[in-house]
Design a protein around this ligand. Sequence first.
Ligand code: 9MR
Length: 391
Amino acid sequence: MLKKQRIMSLKKHLYCLYLVVFAALSWAGCTSPETTAMPTLKDAYAGKFRIGTAMNTDQITGTDAASVAVIKEHFNSIVAENCMKSEILQPREGKFDFTLSDQFVEFGTANQQFIVGHTLVWHSQTPSWFFVGEDGRDVSREELIARMKHHITTVVGRYKGKVHAWDVVNEAFEDDGSYRKTKFFTIIGKEYIPLAFEFARTADPNAELYYNDYSMYHEGKRKAVIRLIEEMKSAGLRIDAVGMHGHYTLAYPSLNSFAQSIQQLGAAGVQVMVTELDISVIPSPYEMQGAEISTRFSYTPEKDPYTEGIPDSIAKLQTDRYKDFFKVCLQHQDVVSRITVWGVNDLQSWRNDWPIKGRTDYPLLFDRKNQPKPVMEELVRLASQYTVNPG
Ligand code: 9MR
């Protein structure tokens, strides 16, 4: 018995010695690469907020295996870049095509990711039949409400309990806060927004429901969205969060206005998410802001300065911008629930083609070969400087 106790005590001492030596080696940076490997982005931010990415067709089908590996490693949330938009899901009235969206949802389920459906109601990428009657004219208000209800009920119903959240309405306001004059607005009136939310809630009462828009840092738009939240809440309707797109540049928006948007939206009683983050490094024609996809400019070589790569000074500016936005979100963990980047690598980004087609941009966290940019390590280190907010 005595011998057994001695052995136990010796084992304890050896274990303590091991811990001391390991701590000393770690501190001196001498441990093996496995023990000091950089945490993944999703692990670094675990408990703080979700880290998501948009997925394109090649990733959903698995053709682009290299970026699929990155998605599995670094992201705990996914959103469909295009395959859940109504022109893909219901190209002709009543003829739904769920081929890609089913694969997208299966991917997220298999990888235990938080799946966001994008987007149920948007003026863009809605098939033209949606608004037109047999006589070739605009459908009646009742008919458009019925079509919207059928679309939302079918799509949300199909993925009930699988898709965790929906961007219910996308880009309903102009920057000055007026309602965007979409067909949904001109035919139904502003009630199309609460109606869409109500149809989605009925189809899956447990899914989170979001309003999503760009340029939320414009005071006019922000106030309009806050008014919408207040109206919906006072009518007893559900709206869980607001997504701020985040198609930014090295100059826009200012950090102050970004922080202010988070604070004011949060104070209105919703969670806030950065839903489509990418930071363009090429000069923006006319320093334009936002993400109005109908705005286009013609290509000239001067407007495409970085075809061979970006100077270190520009890369550094971008790293700092990413860090600054993440830092503000870390400081507002109580209301920020997710940051989603709009794609994995620079090659796939829509910003290579907007607002000028065919430029070479570098807006994302991974380069054209799916290699992490230095900013990744910086973002991981940044997360470790903030404790998880218990709230
Ligand atoms: O990234 C998407 C791009 O592949 C499409 O061509 C484009 C068409 O409208 O839509 C892009 O995604 C948009 C998103 O769905 C809503 N917010 C603005 C995004 C960029 O236009």
